[in-house]
Design a protein around this ligand. Structure first.
Ligand code: ADP
Ligand code: GN1
Ligand code: MG
Length: 371
């Protein structure tokens, strides 16, 4: 069950932040798998405004203070840049943390939950499934711009909020441990899925090995570039604001691009059970490449560019190992909304990876066209 259904006391949360507005109401919001997100209405001296309150999942992010320090640094850097460029809507183009009454960018409630508050980005929305190639292009351009920001962040390295987050080798080890432990006796029922993933283990090492060998650079990246982590303007469709910054830390540009391919190219939802509906649409892939390279061509190395088509397959397989491991472990990581939800997600990743595998040559040709 979604932990958003837990009874959080939002009026009490409201009092923890320096909002200078009267709380009106709040309701669970969005379709994220990790945090508990609420949209709250406030009356601000007679004007109705919205804020996002988010309970950070501290079982997953075990050092919320360090995480919020990362987010403060990244968002303050983004804001300073937008302001210096005299952008007329700087506060709509980056998340900004509303300070708690303590002055910190987060607050702790009576139950020990960590909360943060962001202005609600109005007149824009996130998508779970893309409708047009223009949206894919804009989403990818915005994530590329975000990586550009990361490049000139400066200072100490960002805290590693989840160790080995995209270490696909470790992800496979975790899957194998879940198969061996099998605490809920589920492994026997999913032998075909297990075999499918284990047959792809070797490919899983490719990017990790290149990073370790120094053949591709470590960069400050977003690391969770799922389509519903970028807000597109309601009118112009422009990618206005990259959100969900919990995993912004050292990573590879290749991982960020791969997760865009995973989440933005299929016409079906991530938990679609009719796998015949799941496919990698080459026109969406082309739009992603076009949009991403608009902002990233300037800094990507040839080696990184050569991995863009492969990255879609890699991230889809990686995410599938995570869903399958979580299914075996008893659904302890990703929020589920029905029995077998993580298994449905696993199978959808398998179908998508197969669709990608069958179009790898066409995908390589698209990357070559825009490089
Ligand atoms: P999770 O880590 O659970 O995915 P997100 O930070 O992605 O949490 O938030 C979940 C959803 O809430 C997003 O997909 C988006 O639709 C919405 N959302 C988050 N932050 C904002 C914001 N500042 N303004 C408007 N909508 C937001
Ligand atoms: C989670 O938080 P959300 O829903 O944007 C997960 C991603 C997965 C994704 C799969 C911190 O993303 O890594 O790719 O689910 N985030 C974390 O849908 O684990
Ligand atoms: Mg999210």
């Amino acid at each position: 069950m979604s932990s958003s259904e837990k009874n959080h006391d939002l009026p009490a949360v409201a009092l923890l932040f320096d909002l200078r507005a009267d709380f009106v109401s709040a309701a669970p919001y969005g379709s994220g798998h990790i945090n508990d997100t609420y949209c709250a209405y406030y009356d601000q001296a007679g004007l109705r405004v919205r804020y996002i309150h988010q309970r950070i999942n501290h079982n997953i992010f075990t050092n919320p203070a360090a995480l919020m320090d990362n987010i403060s640094r990244v968002t303050e850097h983004a804001l300073a840049k937008l302001v210096s460029e005299k952008n007329a809507e700087a506060y709509r183009r980056t998340l900004t943390c509303i300070p708690a009454v303590t002055g910190k960018p987060y607050a702790i409630d009576a139950d020990g939950n960590y909360w943060r508050t962001y202005p609600f980005i109005e007149r824009a929305r996130t998508y779970d499934i893309l409708e047009t190639a223009a949206q894919a292009e804009e989403a990818a351009r915005a994530f590329g711009e975000f990586q550009k920001l990361g490049a000139d962040l400066g200072g100490e390295p960002l805290a590693e909020t989840i160790p080995d987050f995209h270490n696909t080798k470790v992800r496979f080890q975790n899957l194998k441990k879940a198969i061996a432990d099998d605490p809920h006796g589920r492994a026997a029922g999913v032998q075909a899925e297990i075999d499918w993933f284990l047959a792809r283990e070797e490919e899983g090492s490719k990017v990790v090995d290149l990073l370790e060998a120094g053949e591709i650079p470590v960069r400050v990246t977003h690391n969770d570039t799922k389509l519903n982590n970028v807000m597109l303007d309601d009118v112009s469709g422009e990618g206005v604001c990259v959100i969900d910054l919990d995993t912004t830390m050292n990573g590879s540009a290749v991982y960020d691009f791969g997760d865009m391919v995973r989440t933005a190219t299929s016409p079906a939802a991530e938990d679609e059970v009719d796998t015949s509906k799941i496919k990698m649409r080459i026109e969406m892939f082309e739009a992603l490449v076009k949009g991403y390279l608009k902002s990233a061509n300037a800094f990507l190395t040839d080696k990184e560019r050569s991995l863009l088509a492969f990255s879609g397959k890699l991230l889809t397989i990686e995410c599938g190992t995570r869903f399958l491991a979580d299914y075996l472990m008893g659904d302890v990581y990703f929020k589920i909304h029905k029995d077998g939800h993580n298994l449905d997600r696993t199978r959808s990743q398998m179908a998508l990876a197969e669709s990608i595998e069958s179009q790898m040559n066409e995908m390589e040709a698209v990357v070559a066209k825009y490089s």
